[in-house]
Design a protein around this ligand. Structure first.
Ligand code: ZN
Length: 340
């Protein structure tokens, strides 16, 4: 089979790789219906994460089960399935408490490389959720989004305690930030302020439910959020970037007693204690427990209540994966869907 391998910053290749096989009785092997490039893949693509050897890439996936190990009970060959970017056993104390992305037996799907024709999924019962049947083709992008960016945006909104009557600010206009807007709308937020400088992303944010757009960043961005919230700051702030600037902007845009849900993969963030102390905000975040939300998200997509697949504004054959990365790196695309 073929899949994506990165050799150096900016050098993603479509290469022949070994076909995955059942290695443990709890594994499944799926044939990908669709996969995609994540904003977090760009950390590797841009060389922020060091590349010491060729790496398989990709951690978002939907597809049809080809084969399962002898201990797999809840899914079967032929099922159309979605799983999180983290494989989890579903049975340990951490999973049962609702934090499967920090399962004691967690396996990062990125290490297995989902930008491929076939994928081995560890802990198939704990990781995968089958859809009620074969999905209509137009639902596939939205189901794929549930694998990471929708689930992550949803967690961010949940972590930020979004709910009816709340004013929500969203820092970051990538796919996760935009789907944080969608999640905030679905969870009943009254006002949703999207922070974005890009016209195409502002338009999508509005389509997903944003009521206000703030183009300023840093001190000016915080000032604008304060102006829009009677000088108090937002009740709930979603941080979907992962930099020092975005984290500080998120914390400083939150009112005392409010909540920050941070899901941008942290790179070089160091928070000043004094700011934290006097901001008096709740901070909660990390790798989203996407698996916890999947049954609900699949149900909402299946009944066409939400359309998160709109974040895919470029679709390419998997063989053109290199261009998929390049387009996102150059911000010509919000998110690239790849068809094996
Ligand atoms: Zn677990």
């Amino acid at each position: 089979m073929y899949g994506a391998v990165i050799h150096a910053p900016g050098d993603v290749r479509y290469e022949q790789r070994d076909d995955p096989t059942i290695e443990a009785p709890t594994d499944a092997v799926i044939r990908l219906a669709a996969t995609c490039v994540c904003g977090s893949d760009l950390w590797t693509y841009r060389g922020t994460n060091p590349i010491t050897r060729p790496l398989r890439m990709g951690h978002e996936y939907v597809g049809v089960v080809e084969e399962v190990g002898s201990e797999v009970r809840t899914i079967a060959p032929g099922d159309f399935v979605i799983g999180s970017f983290m494989a989890s056993d579903g049975t340990c104390e951490i999973c049962r408490a609702g934090y499967p992305s920090r399962c004691v037996n967690v396996v990062s799907m990125g290490s297995l490389g989902a930008q491929a024709e076939l994928l081995r999924v560890p802990w198939a019962d704990g990781t995968l959720v089958a859809t009620p049947g074969a999905p209509a083709p137009e639902l596939v992008p939205s189901l794929l989004a549930a694998s990471d960016v929708l689930g992550t945006g949803w967690f961010a909104a949940d972590a930020a305690a979004v709910g009816p009557g709340k004013t929500v600010a969203v820092v970051g206009d990538g796919a996760v930030g935009l789907l944080g807007v969608l999640a905030a709308k679905a969870l009943g937020a009254e006002r949703i302020i999207a922070m974005s400088r890009h016209a195409d992303r502002q338009a999508l944010a509005r389509r997903f439910g944003a009521t206000d757009i703030v183009t300023e960043r840093g001190d000016d961005g915080v000032e604008r959020i304060k102006e829009l919230t009677n000088g108090l700051g937002a009740h709930s702030v979603i941080e979907a970037v992962g930099t020092q600037e975005s984290m500080l902007q998120a914390i400083r845009s939150t009112r005392a007693g409010g909540h920050v849900g941070f899901v941008g993969v942290s790179h070089g963030v160091s928070l000043p204690g004094e700011l934290l102390f006097y901001s008096e905000v709740h901070l909660f975040g990390g790798p989203a427990p996407v698996r916890r939300y999947l049954p609900d998200l699949i149900d909402r997509i299946w009944h066409r209540e939400i359309d998160p697949g709109l974040v895919f504004d470029l679709t390419l054959p998997l063989a053109e994966v290199a261009e998929g990365y390049k387009a996102m790196d150059e911000r010509r695309a919000i998110k690239t869907l790849l068809q094996p």
